[in-house]
Ligand binder design. Sequence first.
Ligand code: 13P
Ligand code: SF4
Length: 312
Amino acid sequence: MNELIKAIEKLKQEKNAVILAHYYTEGEIQNIADFVGDSLALAQWANKTDADVIVMCGVHFMGETTKIICPDKKVLVPDMNAGCSLADSCPAEKFSEFVSLHPDHTVISYVNTTAAVKAVTDVVVTSTNARQIVESFPADEKIIFGPDRNLGNYINSITGRKMLLWDGACHVHEKFSVEKIIELKQSHPDALVLAHPECKSTILALADVVGSTAALLKAAIQSDRKEFIVATESGILHEMQKQCPEKTFIPAPPNDSTCACNECSYMRLNTLEKLYNCLKDESPEIIVDQETADKAIKSIKRMLEISEQLGL
Ligand code: 13P
Ligand code: SF4
């Protein structure tokens, strides 16, 4: 293993490459990354790096977003099959039809979408900035929000907006079990429940803190509680445990106890070996067609600009 890590470090130096990783990847990937973050932080980091090569250890839409932000850099992903069930729940053609049926609506899309969906979007959001970006529009602005119905419902509930929602969801966040979290709360009465807004409203109703992966991490660090029940992809526990070695983090169980459904099977396709191979071969490389990229960059840049203005 050490040899593989040394070989990756050497290739990184030779190629002036950086490795970015999402909090949901395996701990060994997070450990070797130059930067680990949530979706917003990864996009912000890509926007300012001067590396020639960026390896995005995450999922395909993160690679696409990086390539659109950094068209002159080579953007690699360890496994081209690392997709996203939420992005898949919003095919671009169908979403475009939906948008064209509501021409007077502003289109706000979650970053978990393909470049083609971003191309018909006015402003992209992540779970870190969705509330603030929605609230940056006048209260009577007509808004389409896609593709995550749970995040959309949550934002509607905390802002009082009535955004039209696309009916998409993430297979990991949909599967947390209300009953099992209630049981865990009973057996760990002092535990703080942390939940990602991609979870269903029945799960969010049990949560003490609702937020993006970065927000949940911050809450875990700042809280004086000793135990936490974590309702999001379990990869985040790696950084939580690293930052707070004295605290206990309990992954919220899915309703199907026969599978590790609180792990994103796509994120877990990133392995050290594939990371080494993709740096060595400079493949698989993310390519976004120019016309789509030219349209999508506007909605991504708008998100980055608003986030900067808001100090996010
Ligand atoms: P954040 O990175 O915004 O917390 O979103 C989680 C997610 O599902 C990424 O795919
Ligand atoms: Fe997509 Fe869900 Fe995996 Fe996030 S956890 S990358 S939303 S499938």
